[in-house]
Design a protein around this ligand. Structure first.
Ligand SMILES: NC(=O)c1ccc[n+]([C@@H]2O[C@H](COP(=O)([O-])OP(=O)(O)OC[C@H]3O[C@@H](n4cnc5c(N)ncnc54)[C@H](OP(=O)(O)O)[C@@H]3O)[C@@H](O)[C@H]2O)c1
Length: 260
């Protein structure tokens, strides 16, 4: 299926690795021009080399930016605006918050989680949505977590911030649908990346055994792969997803057991 987004400009946040990288790759496969970001020059360079080696038709640019810092987010917006008149696609993403239960987290952890996993999404969206409105076309996908739907033990900061994003996205999706701006969330469950390794590392025991058992717990009986994630986001970013907005889609191998 041709997703009909060839030549569109996409900003994919936190995309040197993991889920963000898989989204960048899928959008490039569809012919988009993609701006990738992360905090680390080397990680960005490595990601760019991997993406360029695939010889996609679209351009790959990178920009170093710590999404927890407001000034960096403004610089990122300026960089994206300098590369393209239109920012057609925005994928909001950032590193996950510190694991822990209510006893273990402090107010500093909360502040960091709010900056990383809630405020920067709102701030970046606030700057970019007028461009999409002017263009009468836009796609925004927020990478959240299954924790938004079913809170996860020992991940209280994720549980709090992700549900905030879902509520934010639903609210603004109602305001901007008439401008052909579709705003959706994606809720990963257990897709094998550094983040899942970090969470597994937090438990006692052999890392590989813990990862194995995290996979076996799921109806699909294995962890997900990043390449099973990126294409779903690319679809939501596409012309073909022109009647889907305000939704939250699980990519979780059946982790969440509720009907809706
Ligand atoms: N993997 C899953 O199954 C899963 C499940 C539920 C939720 N999630 C959530 O989905 C998001 C992405 O997860 P992932 O698995 O892809 O994680 P990951 O493999 O750890 O990758 C995180 C990416 O974000 C970048 N990053 C981290 N903090 C940043 C910051 N402050 N500013 C800019 N870039 C930053 C990292 O690059 P640098 O280190 O170079 O900055 C890296 O490219 C996280 O919020 C995670 O909690 C993932």
């Amino acid at each position: 299926m041709d997703l009909k987004i060839k030549g569109k400009f996409a900003l994919v946040c936190a995309s040197s690795k993991g889920l963000g990288f898989s989204v960048a790759e899928s959008l490039l496969e569809e012919g988009c021009n993609v701006l990738i970001t992360s905090r680390n020059d080397q990680n960005l360079e490595d990601a760019k080399v991997k993406l360029l080696s695939k010889k996609y038709s679209g351009a790959v640019e990178s920009f170093k930016c710590d999404l927890s810092k407001k000034d960096d987010v403004i610089k990122l917006f300026k960089k994206a605006s300098s590369l393209s008149d239109n920012i057609d696609i925005l994928v909001n993403n950032c590193g996950g918050p510190t694991p822990g239960n209510f006893d273990e987290i402090d107010m500093n952890d909360l502040e960091i989680a709010l900056n990383n996993n809630l405020k920067n999404t709102i701030f970046l969206t606030k700057m970019i949505i007028p461009i999409m409105k002017e263009n009468n076309w836009g796609r925004i996908v927020n990478i959240t977590s299954s924790s938004a739907k079913q809170p996860i033990d020992n991940l209280i900061l994720s549980n709090i911030t992700r549900s905030g994003i879902i509520s934010f996205a639903k609210t603004i999706s109602n305001e901007y649908a008439r401008f052909n701006i579709m705003i959706n969330n994606i809720m990963p469950g257990r897709i094998i990346t550094d983040r899942i390794r970090e969470i597994a590392n937090n438990k006692n025991g052999d890392l590989e055994e813990i990862l194995d058992s995290m996979g076996r717990d799921l109806p699909i009986m294995r962890l997900g792969k990043p390449e099973e994630f990126g294409p779903i986001v690319a679809f939501l970013c596409s012309e073909k997803a022109s009647y889907i907005t305000g939704n939250s889609i699980q990519v979780d191998g059946g982790l969440i057991k509720s009907l809706f």
